[in-house]
Structure formats: structure tokens, C-alpha cells
Design a protein around this ligand. Structure first.
Ligand code: CNA
Ligand code: ZN
Length: 309
């Protein structure tokens, strides 16, 4: 029987320090990067909120679908019919990535600290922004569950296009055509594949309806050995990424760092119903991880990161 930590942040910190906690797994989502200035999907002001279908060159039927459910922008069948909505919505993201506009937050650094302490067994991230790597975390410990923006390829034939070449086309083709001529057909913004000529070149992010990297499924069984699972900045609504919380053993402590309670339908329990789940409360990821860092006595690690001070 494992010692039962108190179900709060202090109890989690004690458990991390105790030596009994040897194996930490992490699942992150868009809320881990909002502190860096990248909007998430579902928060007020997030990407779905700011989506204006009437400005997106698409057929009226497609615009209606986007109004009904913004997830359609990242749907595979939508992308194959009309690439503009995806490229238009991703445009600031793609160009911001090229300009290295965003910096890793304390939340990203916390995962690196876990690795330094020999505790991190794997970071599953749903994020596609690549900020995790800025901390120097070992890439082999990171699973990009939904792919990454940093590489670009053709959905049709797999041809890989250099990221900078792709950005040059995004900068000139996407949206600008529409701004100068709102009646321009959506096809005029397409980025064609130099090999097969299909207009299907995009960053290597997983579209809804597309398949996840096979490594993700292979690594799920390892979660059975977890002593602690940290879930940070995710609404836990996207499947199968959210199944990570169900693959840990029944007595594994789960720390939920998210502004709002999530995952009740997946069996995460809050308040007096909780038996092994800890919620950090209505605080941001960065605030919660700063508290944890103080409790763990890891302040010296933070002092080395100049832009965070
Ligand atoms: P989501 O559905 O938008 O949920 C984000 C969750 O984080 C919500 O429950 C928010 O309440 C919470 N949240 C937002 N900001 C904070 C904060 N500062 N502190 C604590 N909690 C916060 O995003 P998910 O990641 O769950 O959805 C999965 C999608 C979103 C993945 O496919 C991602 O690729 C995609 N996405 C990624 C990025 C990125 O890479 N940075 C940005 C936007 C969307
Ligand atoms: Zn191709």
C-alpha cells in the first residue's frame, strides 16, 4: 500500500520529495501556453471565440458549419475540401513560431525541473507550439500527441517542405489575397505541393479525423507504473489524448492544474468526493507551479532563467 499524501498541493509536494514518488507523467494542453501569449481553443477570447466565419473565404455551407462548431476548422474533411480556413486560423500561429515570438513559461520549465530531478518519465503534450523544447528537456521524453507546427508536409504524398519556404508562402498567399479581393476564390490562397501539386501542404499537426502518432498508443501502457500524473491546462475533451488520465493505476495520485475543474466524465473527482485527485484551484498554471516550486525548495532553478524573473 502506497503512503497516502494529503489531497492538496502541499501533500503533492511532500510526496514528490519523499522518495516514494519515483515516476511522474504529465499531460499538458493549450492552457500551459496561454501564459506565453498563445490563446487556447476554448477559453473566452481563445481561438474559437475570435473565429469570424464571415471573414473566412469558404462556401456558405462551410461557413455555417464553422459557426455551428468551430472545431470544423481543424477537421480533416474540411481541410481536404478547402484549405483556407485552417491556414487562415493558423496563420498567426505559424508566423509567430517562425519568428520565435513566444517564450517557454514557468509551467514548461517545471517539466524540465522534474527531469533534472530524475522524476519525469514522460511528457505527453497536446500542444503544437514546441515551447517545451526551449527548456532543453530531452526530446525523447516528449510525446507530441497532436503533432507539431515546426515541420511541414503534404497531407497527400508526405513530401516535407522546408518550414521557411512554407512561411514565405503563408505570408503572401493566405489572407492577404482575401483582404485585397474579398471575392477571390479560396483556391488562390492554397499552398501547392512541389511534388504532387495537391493543395495539401500544412504543418504536421493532427487534424480531427486524422491519426495520432503510433508512439502515443505504444506509450499509454507505461502509465500503469506512474506514481503521480500531472494534468495541466487542458479541458480534457479531446479524445484519445484525454485517455491518459484513465491509463494510470487506480491508486495513482493525479494533480489537476487547470483554472476550472475538468474530466469529471473521465472519473476525476473534486472536493469531498476526491480519493486520489488533487485540484490546484482556480489559479493559472504558472501560479500553481510557482507555489509547488516554493514548496519543493526549487527556487534556485528558477533564478537561472532570466526572462522569468
Ligand atoms: P482547450 O480545450 O482550449 O482547453 C484549455 C484549458 O486550459 C481550459 O480548460 C482552460 O480553462 C484552461 N486554461 C487556459 N489558460 C489557463 C491558464 N493560464 N492556467 C490554467 N488553466 C488554463 O485546450 P486543450 O489543449 O485541452 O485542447 C486540445 C487541443 C487544443 C489540442 O489539439 C491542441 O493542439 C490545441 N491548441 C494548442 C495550442 C498550443 O499549442 N499552444 C493552442 C491552442 C489550441
Ligand atoms: Zn504532395
Amino acid at each position: 500500500m502506497k503512503p497516502r499524501p494529503s489531497l492538496d498541493l502541499a501533500g503533492t509536494a511532500e510526496f514528490l520529495k519523499s522518495g516514494a514518488c519515483k515516476s511522474v507523467y504529465v499531460l499538458t494542453g493549450a492552457g500551459a501556453s496561454t501564459g506565453a501569449g498563445i490563446p487556447d481553443f476554448r477559453s473566452p477570447g481563445g481561438m474559437y471565440d475570435s473565429l469570424r466565419p464571415e471573414l473566412i473565404t469558404a462556401t456558405e455551407a462551410q461557413r455555417k458549419r464553422m459557426r455551428m462548431d468551430p472545431v470544423n476548422v481543424v477537421m480533416k474533411d474540411m481541410f481536404f475540401q478547402n484549405q483556407f480556413p485552417y491556414l487562415e486560423v493558423r496563420r498567426p500561429f505559424i508566423l509567430g513560431t517562425q519568428q520565435q515570438q513566444w517564450k517557454a513559461t514557468l509551467t514548461h520549465w517545471f517539466m524540465r525541473f522534474l527531469e533534472e530531478e530524475g522524476l519525469l518519465k514522460r511528457l505527453f503534450t497536446q500542444n503544437i507550439d514546441g515551447l517545451d523544447y526551449q527548456t532543453g528537456i530531452s526530446p525523447e521524453l516528449v510525446t507530441n500527441v497532436h503533432g507539431s507546427l515546426a515541420r511541414v508536409s503534404c497531407e497527400g504524398c508526405g513530401y516535407e517542405m522546408p518550414f521557411d519556404d512554407f512561411c514565405a508562402q503563408v505570408r503572401t498567399n493566405v489572407k492577404d489575397i482575401y483582404r485585397t479581393d474579398p471575392t477571390a476564390p479560396a483556391e488562390s490562397s492554397n499552398i501547392n505541393c512541389p511534388r504532387c501539386n495537391a493543395p495539401l501542404v500544412k504543418p504536421n499537426t493532427v487534424l480531427f479525423g486524422g491519426s495520432l502518432p503510433s508512439a502515443f498508443f505504444e506509450q499509454l501502457d507505461d502509465l500503469n507504473g506512474a506514481d503521480l500524473l500531472i494534468v495541466a491546462g487542458t479541458s480534457l475533451v479531446v479524445s484519445p489524448a484525454n485517455s491518459v488520465v484513465m491509463y494510470v493505476a487506480k491508486d495513482c495520485l493525479r494533480l489537476i492544474v487547470n483554472k476550472e475543474p475538468v474530466g469529471q466524465d473521465l472519473g476525476i473527482r473534486y472536493g469531498k468526493d476526491a480519493t486520489r485527485d488533487v485540484w490546484a484551484g482556480e489559479v493559472s498554471c504558472d501560479e500553481a507551479f510557482l507555489d509547488l516550486i516554493k514548496m519543493l525548495g526549487w527556487q534556485d532553478k528558477v533564478r537561472k532563467i532570466k526572462h522569468l524573473l
